[in-house]
Unconditional design. Structure first.
Length: 183
């Protein structure tokens, strides 16, 4: 650790406001960099969360008579050490967040379908029925057995009298063909 960084930390621990301002100025970009790296992993790098983490880092450094600040041993540069603390703080902030309520809990299912919903469903089922009629009988059977009967590939192969290793590629082609027919 350089003499300058050692002196700065000593003055911060002693409560010198000028030293703290210099420490914040010197480490702000390192804290933002460390917090951003951690928050991006969870796609949570919004401005509010970033500012929250930055404030939490400073609180952590000064908590309990600057206990964390006193742990700096000088084996790395000050900015790198603070960036690691910022990353750990960001992870802790994310873990402490309450999970957002799932949509079904926020919007309970309506007891009756919304206007037009029944008509849309009927229209889709008619289109699906027409598309199935346009498929090759074996393709239709593959899709029905897989999705409606919930059969395994082995059961489908046995029911249709085909090799097991043919089920997956034929089912994939049948799904693609059905998708094109529904477009």
């Amino acid at each position: 650790m350089s003499t300058d960084a050692r002196e700065l930390l000593g003055r911060c621990i002693d409560g010198d406001p000028g030293a703290w301002e210099e420490f914040v100025r010197r480490t702000r970009s390192a804290i933002l960099r460390g917090a951003t790296v951690a928050l991006r992993k969870f796609r949570a790098a919004d401005r509010d969360t970033l500012e929250n983490v930055q404030q939490q880092v400073y609180v952590e450094l000064l908590r309990d008579g600057s206990r964390t600040l006193r742990t700096y041993r000088g084996e790395s540069d000050l900015e790198g050490w603070v960036a690691v603390i910022a990353m750990r703080t960001a992870y802790r902030v994310l873990r402490q967040r309450k999970p957002e309520a799932a949509l079904p809990e926020l919007l309970p299912a309506a007891p009756t379908p919304a206007p037009g919903e029944a008509a849309e469903r009927t229209e889709f089922l008619n289109r699906l029925h027409d598309a199935f009629r346009k498929l090759d009988p074996r393709e239709g059977a593959l899709l029905r057995l897989s999705y409606f009967e919930k059969m395994s590939y082995k059961e489908i192969a046995s029911a249709l009298g085909m090799p097991l290793n043919s089920v997956s590629p034929l089912l994939l082609r049948a799904k693609e063909k059905l998708k094109k027919l529904l477009e």
